[in-house]
Ligand binder design. Structure first.
Ligand code: SAM
Length: 256
């Protein structure tokens, strides 16, 4: 099943903005769970490397490796990588990873796009050294009363659902009992306030990646261009704060 949000220039710009927004939750998450500098850390679905750089900065690791299936994103990541960061092409649903075992695995906003995410999560745990940490950050909920933002989210959720993915995968991760090789150390929801303009910008940058998808054309073909225009206008004009909040499920597992 394909990654719906694509790896175009616009998608890379969206991930730049997303990195600024979600550093708000990822930074304190990493600071809370990592107390000694790990030797080797891996960032799964690293995209253009924003999460990998954050991970390296906060953990003070000796080596950080980003894995992603997009050559375009990897080439962008390599352009601004210090010597102890490297980026490797790999489908992260496949184990073993090409890196060998590591001390810490981080993954943000990818399980929501994968088939059979719970069994993938279990496989990731096998790539850790003993006492290694697996850290996952995914969407639990997005709360908004703004009609346009709500409507966009309903469409995005429906699109993911029709290929058996879940936009709000956090509750499923929370309910999942991991196998004997892993122990859950932490699970909570971190609230991320996002301005209306930031949300509308991220949404309007994402929409071109999937608006021509057959499901969208069939279900929303008559209105999707107008929704895109309205999101652009909102991105430019909105001054609202507190109209949309993300709940990010943060989970930490330790390998026994
Ligand atoms: C929503 S982006 C998240 C990027 C980054 N983790 C962040 O939070 O900014 C998902 C990333 O996962 C990558 N991806 C999707 N499916 C993948 C797979 N099977 N293996 C490796 N990378 C994948 C995409 O190319 C994209 O860079």
């Amino acid at each position: 099943m394909s990654y719906l949000f694509k790896d175009t220039e616009k998608a890379a710009h969206r991930l730049r903005l997303l990195a600024d927004v979600f550093a708000f939750s990822s930074r304190p998450f990493l600071q809370t769970v990592v107390d000694t500098a790990p030797e080797m850390v891996i960032d799964l679905g690293c995209g253009p490397g924003h999460t990998t750089r954050l991970l390296a900065e906060v953990t003070q690791c000796s080596q950080a490796i980003g894995l992603d299936s997009s050559e375009h994103f990897l080439s962008l990541a390599r352009m601004i990588a210090p010597a102890h960061l490297s980026f490797v092409h790999h489908d992260v649903t496949q184990t073993p990873f090409p890196t060998g075992p590591c001390d810490l695995i981080f993954c943000r906003l990818l399980l929501t796009h994968l088939q059979e995410p719970l069994s993938v999560l279990e496989r990731w745990g096998t790539q850790l050294r003993p006492q290694g940490l697996l850290l996952v950050e995914e969407v639990e909920w997005i709360r908004t009363e703004h009609p346009l933002l709500r409507h966009y989210l309903e469409i995005q959720a429906a699109l993911l659902r029709q290929q058996a993915n879940e936009l709000y995968i956090g509750p499923r991760l929370q309910q999942h009992q991991v196998n004997d090789g892993l122990e859950r150390r932490l699970s909570h929801v971190y609230h991320v306030p996002v301005s209306t303009a930031q949300a509308a910008t991220m949404f309007s940058m994402n929409l071109p990646s999937w608006k021509h998808h057959p499901f969208i054309q069939q279900q929303y073909g008559g209105s999707i261009d107008q929704i895109e225009q309205d999101l652009h206008a909102l991105a430019n004009d909105a001054i609202g704060e507190g109209e949309i909040v993300w709940g990010m499920r943060q989970l930490a597992y330790e390998r026994k």
